[in-house]
Structures are given as C-alpha cells and as structure tokens.
Design a protein around this ligand. Structure first.
Ligand code: GLN
Ligand code: ZN
Length: 768
C-alpha cells in the first residue's frame, strides 16, 4: 500500500500561538507548565489536522521550542560550556532555560552568555542554531523529550514516525570553533544514534526518518565516505530507516545513496523533478521510494494530475512501496488557507497552505491505492484550478511580456564606465572626502507605527496620514542637517517592511492576513505572493523623496528595494522562471528609478541584502544565477545618466565568495556590513581590487552600543589599506529602524566627527 506521510508540519500555530507563549515565557509572564501545555495543544492539533486530512504516518520531532537543529544538539548533549557554567556541573538538559540561553543568550533563569550563532537553513529563510563542536567533544543521549512526544502522539491514537536530523548532515551543519576536524566525531556520535534507535525499537515504531538534506549538495570524498560509514553503522536494526533528502535533486549523489543500507528514500520531486526517471530507475525495487510531489517551499496548489505521472510510473516498479509526501517539511509554508478571508476568490483557488497540502498528499496516495476514479472529484477540481491559472488575465499581461522580450544588452549597461561617471558625479554632488550617509531607515517610533496602523485601519484619513508622514520626514531631515551628514535620506517612515511596501504598490503581488512562516525562534515573516506579471501602475517613492529633497540643499538619496531581494523574500511563481520574475520586477523598478531621476534625485540607492541568499545550493547552478541576478539589478539602474549616482546596500551574509558579482553590479557606491567582523570582508579586497566606491559599515546597528570616534576612525583606516581613500564612504552597517533616537544620534554624531577628523588628517574638506 502507498503511504501518505508527513515530513513535518509548521510549529508556530495558525495564530502564532507558540510565538505568543514563548515571548510571554521569556518575559516571565507565563509559567513553564503553561508553556508546555500550549506546546502540547499545538502538537495535538497539528497531528489531528494531518490525520483528518488522510495522512497515515505522522511526524514526531518536527515540533520545536526554537529550532530543530538546536533540539538535535540537546538530544545528543552538544551544549557549549558557557551556558552550563554557573548552573553546577550537572547538565540538566530538560532545563528549558539552558536551551533558551543557547538559542538567545538569555532566559528567565541563569546567567546571560553570548548566544550561539544562527545561520540560514540551506536556501530557505529559516535560520537554525549552529551546533558548536570542539576537539574533545563528547555526546550523551537525552531522549526524554523526544520519547515523551512519541508517547504523547501514540496515546492520541496516531501512527507515527520520529523525524530526526541524520548524523552526517548534523555534523556538516555544525562548526568546530577550534579548527578540529568534525568528521572525527562521527564514530562517537553514531554510538548515540545507535542507542537512540534501540530505545525507539521498544516503542512499537516501524520507521525512523533521518533527514540528510546535504545529499543534495556537492559532497567531497570525505563527506561521501562519512555517509558510507554512518549508515553501515545504523543498518542492523529492526527499525526501518527512511532517508529523507530535500531542497534539490540527489542525482549527483545517487550512486552513493544506493550504497546506503536504508529501507526507504525520500526525494524532493519538485526541485528534483527533472531527475525522477533516473531515480526511479536506479533505486532498488524492494525498498520504499517516497516522492515529495507537493511543494513544501511554496504556496501553490498542486497540479494533481501532473503529480500523478511520476507516482504512477514509480508504482509500476515499486508496487505498494511508493509513498507520497511534500517535497520538504511543510515548515516553510503558512498553516491554513481557510483563514484567508480577504483574498480574491480566483487567486485563492490557486493556493494551498500546509493544511491543504496534507490533503493533497492523502488524495494522491489514495489515487495510487484505489485508482484515479476514487479521487475523481479532487482531480477535476485540480484540473479546473490549473486551467484557470494558465489563462487568467489576472496573471498574464501581454504588455509586460512584450516589454520583457524587447530587452537588449544595452538596457543593462550604463552609458559610461565608472571612472567617467565618477568625474561627472563628483563635479555636481560636490561631496567632501569620506562622505557620510545612512542606509535609509530611521527609528520606527510609536508615532510612526501609530500613523501607519491608523491609516490601514481607516482610523485616519489619507490627508492626515500624508501630513503625518511629511512631518516625520521633516523631522528626519532636520536631525540629519543638525548632525551635518553629507547625503541625507527621508527615513522610510512610510514603510512597514522593505519588500511588502513595494509589493503593495506593484501589480502582480498579493498579501495574506495570516500567512506567517517561521524565520527563527519566535520570529515569523509574512512573505508576499507573486502571482502574476509584475508592473508598476504609478510612481511609488517619488512624492516622499522629492518632498524630503525640497527641505534641504544637501543631496537626498532615493531608496528602493532591489529586484533580487523582492524576489527572495516573496513566495514566487512556479509557472515562470525566477530569472523572468526578477526581470519583470527590475523593469518596474527601472521606471521608478527614472522617475526619481526626472524629479531631480541625484543619488538613488537600490538595496540588495538578499542577493547572496538567492545563490543556488549546487555550485554548477551558481554562475547562471549570479549572471541573471546581476543583470536584473543593472536593468533597473542602467537607464540613468552618468551624473546620477547609484548606490546599493548589502548586509549580513558571506559576501567574499561572490565579490566579483558584487563588483559586476556596477553600482557607483556600495554600503556594506563589516563592522561586526572587524572589516573581515575587506580581506577579500586583498585579492580583488574593488573598482568603485564603498562604504564599509562602521556602526553595528544590531547593538545598542554607540561606537566611539576613535574606533570608527580605526575601522576606516583599516579599510583604507584596501580601498583608496578617495573611494571610501562612512556609514552605519544597515538601516536604523530597530534603534532608538538617542543612541542613533550619538552614534551618527561620532561617525560625522570621525569623518571630519580623517578629512583634517588627509587634507580635503570639500572638493570645491
Ligand atoms: N534601506 C533599508 C533600511 O535602511 C535597508 C534594510 C536592509 O538592508 N535590510 O532599513
Ligand atoms: Zn542592511
């Protein structure tokens, strides 16, 4: 029999119940008992919902109070010393505060300690807590939490499979801070996995799912050997192993996977669709093959009939051993489409959130078991949705397509090279050496939030809202003039979020009320949905920007979010390539850039903080991405004249490996995060000489600490070892919206003073 199973369900709750409970617990307003009760209720509700949809094998271990990788660390006793000291040497791993201290640096009890590093989970916007290993690392099994959740599900009458991060991916995702070789830890770690499997065998379970998502990456010999070694050591048990991979195709590692003595394999049949035939062909027919045909990373309804093709094909070889699931855990999708009451009905009919996806999984599995006629109604409804989406005028805009097909190479090429543009720009802008600027946003005060919320609710009228925002802009301009900053900004008071704000004003985007997806810990985001061809019905930022410019004689920078960042932080179309979607957004923004220029804006910044995170997981696919991403950026900027200065901004990513693509953006100025890493980024410039102007961030805006004048000067002096002084700007790391005014003003005053000191030292106050 085909089995409908689940790789994992969102934990946060439809109304973000877990977020609320966690944050109350952290503030000391909720007891541990009540927090546990909330978690138990969520787990029970999520199992029931999946069971009701027809999912037969439910996951346990997908729930987490913060992050499933951190759970794995606690499961195996990988807890850095600094969180344990002060609590006595007895490591009580059921102490939830110990867990929260590792996650956040702080918990209701125990001493603060620097939190563990957090980083992106593959190419998703979910962040995991990086395991910290050391040379003498020991592992101890603490399975109480997992086992009690299994028993909890069983007591509710569910058939479950525990879902765990597999040993090789777990090691891969961690860091050995002392430079030791983490692979040497594998034998010791495996002993604990073995012990765990023995404990699970006593629990009347048939399957254990081990997630090894790194099998979709390029793996070198050492990691391939680690897989062979690990699974050899896990093969002699009654408990059957389902090896789960996702976020890409396993084709390149297929020979390796075949060597592993596991009882079943799950593959991502959405991202790996092109390679399914090869997998069906290669995988031994007496084992289970699970096809993740329902997209776990996006919100589109599955084309059930199309999904049945590979499933039926696999069934011919595997008989009843074809399982159906989502491509990855549903963690990356919002909970329930039924909660969206304001979405346009046509658009709504194209969507499926986690709950609807579990139903699709069950329907497909039923089709395999009972034949397509048994699910005829569902297939017909799916066909109708597919047809309506294919032809809807809501999606397809001939004018957008025509414009896209008329793009030429010249459209992404500025008129002159940087050196020539710089002469024109420096002549008109007349900026001093080491010009000072900020990244765009200023503190989002209660006043500002109140204005936006009031306008959204209809509590204040449009004229009231406009004059309220204008007052904020005037205040921001005044403060910047008082600080003597050289290039001003309007402050972004009108923006709730840098992507949502633009999405709301572009055609082709939709927004949900409850479409929350966990980003990290209790933090969730509500990504916009790109559903149709994108265009800009009218100017977006021109009014605010020109108003701000009218208040000052200093140059005021226009601020836009770039095409790649808008793309990366949205749910994207699956009926159009990412490249084409990026180009459409770029063309819409190009119009905005040109309107800003026409309105007299001489400096325009296009933020691309997400450019690095869009990088494909497989090396072979990276050059193509970088190529179209760079082109999209240039498409939106290249229409301006030489005298218009284009800035871009990036932050909080590993930029060193894509440094030549960053240069290829051909922005006149880039402001970039570096202050936290003490200008480490600049080391990339030892080998690569960055050709244009650069503002390495000298103020870590994620910290309330005000940097001193001498410290800022030292950072800039360090930067000057790599970049000629004439091409250096002085600015914070990122936008200031999360800060308060007092520290912001103090920090900016120091920043301006540092610039003045350096100008005095190096001799040029102003060009004229
Ligand atoms: N201009 C944006 C701001 O200042 C940039 C934010 C970002 O880089 N994430 O808020
Ligand atoms: Zn930033």
């Amino acid at each position: 029999m085909s089995v409908a199973h689940s790789l994992g369900f969102p934990r946060i709750g439809l109304k973000r119940e877990l977020k609320t409970a966690l944050e109350k617990y952290w503030r000391g307003e909720l007891s541990r008992v009540d927090l546990d009760a909330c978690a138990r209720a969520l787990r029970a509700a999520h199992w029931q919902l999946q069971a009701d949809a027809g999912v037969q094998l439910l996951p346990v271990g997908d729930f987490s109070y913060y992050d499933h990788v951190l759970d794995t660390s606690f499961l195996f006793g990988v807890i850095p010393e600094r969180f344990v000291s002060g609590v006595g040497d007895h490591q009580d791993t059921t102490d939830l505060d110990l867990y929260f201290r590792a996650a956040r640096g702080r918990a209701p009890t125990g001493a603060d300690a620097p939190a563990c590093e957090m980083t992106k989970w593959f190419d998703s916007n979910y962040h995991y807590i990086v395991p910290e290993f050391s040379k003498g690392q020991t592992f101890t099994l603490n399975s109480e939490r997992l086992i009690s959740q299994i028993q909890e599900a069983q007591a509710l009458g569910h058939k479950v499979k525990p879902v765990l991060l597999g040993p090789v991916s777990y090691l891969y995702l961690g860091k050995a801070r002392d430079g030791s070789n983490k692979l040497e830890l594998l034998p010791k770690l495996l002993l604990q996995y073995q012990k765990l499997i023995q404990q699970l065998e006593a629990l009347k379970l048939e399957w254990l799912q081990l997630d090894e998502p790194i099998l979709v990456l390029d793996l070198d010999q050492a990691w391939q050997d680690a897989f062979r070694y690990a699974y050899k050591n896990l093969q002699d048990y009654k408990l059957q192993l389902l090896l789960a991979t996702y976020f890409g195709s396993v084709k390149d590692n297929l020979a390796l996977i075949k060597e592993l003595a596991v009882d079943g394999l799950h593959v991502d049949a959405v991202r790996g669709a092109a390679d399914l035939d090869a997998i069906i062909e290669a995988w031994p027919k007496e084992r289970v093959l699970s096809l993740g045909v329902v997209d776990g990373r996006n919100i589109w309804r599955t084309d059930l009939r199309a999904a049945l093709l590979p499933l039926t094909k696999a069934q011919q070889k595997f008989n009843g051993r074809v399982w159906v699931a989502s491509s990855s855990s549903l963690l990356h999708t919002p909970v329930d489409l039924d909660a969206e009451t304001r979405l346009d009905p046509e658009l709504r009919s194209w969507l499926a959130f986690a709950k609807q996806k579990t139903r699709e999984i069950a329907v497909l599995s039923k089709a395999l078991n009972e034949g397509v006629l048994a699910v005829d109604a569902e297939l017909t409804a799916s066909d109708r949705s597919v047809a309506s989406r294919r032809s809807s005028t809501r999606i397809h805009k001939p004018a957008v397509k025509a414009r896209l097909s008329a793009i030429t190479k010249a459209d992404s090429q500025r008129k002159s090279a940087y050196a020539k543009r710089a002469v024109v720009q420096h002549g008109t802008l007349n900026l001093p050496l080491f010009p000072t600027t900020t990244i765009g946003s200023f503190p989002q005060t209660a006043d500002i939030r109140g204005l936006r919320a009031g306008f959204k609710k209809g509590a204040i009228t449009e004229p009231e809202y406009v004059s309220g925002i204008k007052a904020q802009i005037a205040d921001h301009v005044k403060r910047q003039e008082a600080l003597d900053i050289d290039v001003l900004v309007h402050g972004e008071a009108e923006r709730n979020d840098m992507v949502e704000y633009f999405g709301e004003q572009l055609e082709g985007f939709a927004f949900t009320e409850n479409g929350w997806v966990q980003s990290y810990g209790s933090r969730c985001v509500k990504p916009p949905i790109i559903y149709g061809d994108v265009s800009r019905p009218k100017p977006i930022t021109v009014g605010w920007t020109t108003y701000a410019q009218s208040l000052t004689n200093k140059p005021l920078k226009g601020m836009l979010t770039g095409p790649i960042t808008i793309l990366c932080w949205s749910f994207t179309r699956n009926d159009l390539s990412r490249k084409e979607q990026a180009e459409q957004i770029a063309l819409a923004l190009r119009d905005e850039v040109q309107d800003l220029e026409k309105a007299g804006t001489r400096i325009i910044q296009i933020d691309e903080p997400a450019i690095r995170e869009g990088l494909p997981l497989k090396k072979a696919e990276q050059p193509a991405y970088l190529d179209w991403a760079v082109t999209a950026f240039r498409l939106c900027t290249a229409g301006v004249s030489d005298g218009t200065q284009i800035h871009t901004h990036m932050c909080y990513s590993e930029f060193n490996e894509i440094i030549d693509s960053i240069a290829a953006l051909d922005a006149d100025v880039i402001t970039i995060e570096t202050s936290r890493s003490n200008m480490e980024l600049l080391e990339a410039f030892e080998k690569f000489s960055y050709p244009n102007e650069i503002g390495p961030g000298v103020y870590d805006i994620h910290s309330p600490i005000v940097p001193g004048v001498a410290q800022i000067e030292a950072l800039i002096e360090k930067a000057a070892q790599y970049i000629p002084r004439e091409r250096l700007w002085i600015n914070p790391d990122c936008g200031l919206k999360t800060r308060q005014w007092p520290e912001t003003e103090a920090a900016l005053a120091n920043l301006v003073q540092a610039a003045k000191n350096l100008r005095a030292k190096y001799g040029r106050a102003a060009a004229a």
